[in-house]
Design a binder for this molecule. Structure first.
Ligand code: KG4
Ligand code: ZN
Length: 339
């Protein structure tokens, strides 16, 4: 029997609502918050207020676009964490209100599991490729960089994680140093297409096991710029494309190095990527190319599922609901929540 789920996502700076019928996406509405661009990063208090303004129209639009009324919903899935508490509170409180008003059960979702399970969503006119269990997922976002072993939709284990910055953070911080707008990841991606990936060499980390580190790379990037600008003030402007291409290539190589090792040592060859940085063209090309050489089946998410969205929250909620995992009304947001 079909299960109809409303998903609600408000963990950072995107307010999103989506409706899923089993695993088929009926609507996915995202209101992004332009307010943070002028500050060069997300301001939590402003994010929370913007969610508050956006949540009702976003949910309303998602239901209308799906052609579903609130009374037809089997469950309301919401992001419990990890994320900014003030942002999460808006989604959690809204879910509770709707749950009480319409007597619909709620399901709590871990945002990171949502990113991973976005690989199981289908579109109304098109089935998308789904990985088989167990698979490895490289989860790369603004806040996380993990290799996750996924044994089932609800059983996942982090086998590698960053010991300092996340990959998206490395993109964003280096972009800021070059005077590029926030978020810097997509801007670097665009500029990198015109540049020479071998123009500069930056430090690479030496970290045990499957863990990552990006702080050394960030410092090495900063010092390269500082030294060059001291004798040539126009350096960054003139070499922007080369800097972006070299930086992006280094980040992708660091990411792939541990992923290859994890695949070799676990014997798992279904490899997925997820999270905001999975939109990066260098990473997508790198995974596809490495996969061809190593006999992997690679799974690259549709672009609309790379950044934060409620479709993935509804998908994760669907699996939990099927297992009878319903949240109680005293649930509260969790800033930190592992997979
Ligand atoms: O998953 P996400 O939307 O939010 C978090 O949960 O963090 O990821 C946002 C991150 C930002 O750091 C942004 O710069 C990065 O994803 N990002 C990219 C690209 N598109 C988004 N990084 C590199 N290349 C891209 N094309
Ligand atoms: Zn995210």
């Amino acid at each position: 029997m079909d299960i109809t789920i409303l998903g609600i996502e408000s963990s950072c700076d995107d307010t999103s609502a989506a409706v899923l019928r089993s695993n088929v996406l009926l609507s996915n509405v995202i209101a992004s918050q332009a307010v943070h661009v002028k500050y060069g990063g997300v301001i939590p208090e402003l994010a929370s207020r913007a969610h508050q303004q956006n949540i009702v129209p976003v949910v309303d639009t998602a239901l209308r676009e799906a052609g579903v009324t609130a009374d037809e919903l089997d469950a309301i899935a919401f992001t419990r964490g990890p994320g900014l508490v003030g942002s999460l509170l808006v989604g959690v409180s809204f879910a509770k209100g709707l749950s009480i008003a319409r007597n619909i059960p709620m399901v709590e979702v871990n945002h990171l599991q949502g990113h991973i399970l976005s690989h199981f969503i289908d579109l109304p006119d098109r089935q998308l490729p789904h990985p088989s269990f167990p698979f490895l997922c490289l989860l790369v976002s603004g806040g996380h960089t993990q290799i996750v072993r996924v044994d089932s939709p609800t059983r996942m284990r982090i086998i590698g994680t960053t010991i300092d910055d996340a990959a998206g953070e490395a993109f964003d911080k280096c972009a800021k140093v070059m005077g590029l707008p926030y978020p810097g990841g997509p801007v670097i991606d665009r500029l990198a297409r015109e540049g020479d990936p071998k123009a500069f060499r930056f430090a690479r980390p030496h970290v045990e096991g499957y863990d990552y580190s990006f702080s050394g790379l960030k410092t090495s990037f900063l010092y390269t710029l500082r030294d060059a600008v001291a004798s040539d003030p126009g350096f960054v402007e003139r070499r922007k494309a080369d800097l972006c291409a070299s930086l992006q290539t280094t980040i992708v190589e660091i990411l792939l190095d541990k992923l290859v090792r994890a695949s070799k040592e676990t014997g798992i060859r279904d490899i997925a990527i997820a999270g905001g940085v999975s939109a990066n063209s260098g990473l997508r090309d790198g995974i596809a190319e490495t996969g061809r050489r190593r006999g992997w089946r690679t799974f690259l998410p549709e672009f609309k599922f790379t950044t934060d969205n409620a479709a993935m929250i509804a998908m994760a909620g669907y699996y939990r609901y099927k297992l009878g995992e319903v949240a109680s009304l005293d649930v509260s947001p969790a800033a930190r929540l592992e997979n």
